[in-house]
Design a protein around this ligand. Structure first.
Ligand SMILES: Nc1ncnc2c1ncn2[C@@H]1O[C@H](COP(=O)(O)OP(=O)(O)OP(=O)(O)O)[C@@H](O)[C@H]1O
Length: 218
């Protein structure tokens, strides 16, 4: 291999080093799951507004091929990438887990997690397929899995529509996926150390904050 040619072996070595560093870290990974629009980001954002939690916990910024919503910034809510860029990252083994949901790709990169774990416990917001990959591939002893559930099976659809960020076609796709998601969560409750019913948001934020506080005291 010529000088300056990208080396697959070097890349693999780097990934395995990154994995080991994640494994070695004393910090925890908090994995959030829940049906579409149940309020996952509302719950963790609410908790991270609290000064005593803000410094202790960070959010792993995922990569996605979906378009940014109004007010979203590249590198803050997501890294917004093209299909080609995403596929290249998959080829280069950059993702701990990735998934296609509602026709768009979402991935959690090793680097995004490692960046947070250097200083803070890391919150991941992933879908049920991402969770399956994580369980197979990753670092179970570092994971605390939390399921956010809707108060009723109809409520998330209401929230999805009220949020107003999806077209009717996208809403229909999400609703079809939601049937599968809800079944998965009902059948796999054993995967989750905690379940929070997000009925009144402030109450759910308090419950989530209490779990985070426990983690900081461990
Ligand atoms: N407890 C609640 N009561 C009423 N509305 C809520 C509640 N929690 C969140 N919402 C609203 O529901 C909508 C969906 O919330 P949010 O975007 O946080 O969901 P999400 O689970 O992160 O969504 P996604 O599946 O797209 O990642 C938002 O408009 C939010 O303001």
């Amino acid at each position: 291999m010529g000088c300056g040619t990208p080396s697959i072996t070097n890349d693999q070595t780097k990934i395995s080093e990154t994995k080991q560093e994640i494994q070695k870290s004393e910090k925890q990974m908090i994995v959030l799951n829940g049906v579409t629009a149940v309020g996952k980001s509302s719950v963790f954002k609410g908790a991270l507004k609290k000064p005593h939690l803000k410094d202790e916990f960070g959010f792993s910024v995922s990569h996605t091929t979906r378009k940014p919503r109004e007010g979203e910034q590249d590198g803050r809510e997501y890294y917004f990438v093209t299909d080609e860029e995403f596929d290249q990252m998959v080829k280069d083994n950059k993702f701990l887990e990735y998934t296609v949901n509602h026709g768009k790709k979402y991935g959690t990169s090793f680097m995004a997690i490692q960046k947070v774990l250097e200083k803070q416990h890391c919150i991941l917001d992933i879908d049920y397929k991402g969770m399956q990959t994580l369980l197979k591939a990753a670092l179970p002893q570092k994971q605390i899995n939390i399921l956010i559930s809707p108060p009723t099976d109809e409520e998330f659809e209401k929230r999805l529509r009220t949020r107003g960020t999806e077209s009717e076609e996208q809403i229909q796709t999400r609703l079809r996926t939601a049937i599968v998601e809800l079944n998965f969560f009902k059948e796999n409750k054993g995967l989750y150390q905690h379940e929070i019913i997000n009925d009144v948001l402030d109450v759910a934020v308090e419950e989530f904050s209490a779990i985070l506080e426990q983690i900081t005291h461990q």
